[in-house]
Design a protein around this ligand. Sequence first.
Ligand code: PEP
Length: 253
Amino acid sequence: MRLKIVAGNWKMNLDFEEAEDLISAIADELENIDLGHAEVVICPPFPYLEMALDIAIESDFSVGAQNISHFDNGAYTGEVSARMLASMDVDYCIVGHSERRKYFNETDEIIAKKIDQAIEHEFITIFCCGELLSERQAGKHFDVVREQIEKAVFPLSEKEFYNIVIAYEPVWAIGTGVNATPEQAQEMHAYIRNLIASRYGKDVADETSILYGGSCNSKNAPEIFAQPDVDGGLIGGASLNADEFIEIVKAIL
Ligand code: PEP
């Protein structure tokens, strides 16, 4: 049975005290929830990872990094390596987010190197893919997503691929308040699962968690998560409010 996941991507938000309050509130609320075969992941900014990990020890969530360097080690000022994060016991990392592609010029090639680093250090990697509005309007959304996955993920062996979670995040839905419809999400998730089946086989595809991301909130999550190929969500803005985030978590149970 594949894992259901709700992951919160806090991006570059909150000061330390606000972050600590939010994560403590989420931890408190999780105490009253039986997650069963589901996982909650919190991805705070780098400086708050240790605090999040400390709270996670007593709670029922995992901690993820929002980014990792594509370099292994050395004179790369400002970078944070997979090796460093692994040594802190961070379990998850996000790679290929559209904001990294757009603002930091991350290409499919750089993203592939980041995935290699993540795999080498045994992270569960949430790989983000998704099309621009113009690409969807031109009817190219399936091709764009296929190319992103083929270039960055499909070089992995079957064994390595087991540590990949896919997040389909149409760029036009991220932070815009305009979510994909449940039908649009299901259509793309089924397409992605078929792609995975054609590369790694049906059993692997059936075990792969495919998350939806893009203006997901407590109102639209139940219908989106009810789709057969949607296994949870990568949540940006709505993960910054504990009550809202917890309602989204409940929608995968
Ligand atoms: C994201 O950044 O991964 C995301 C899905 O953001 P939002 O939920 O704010 O659209």
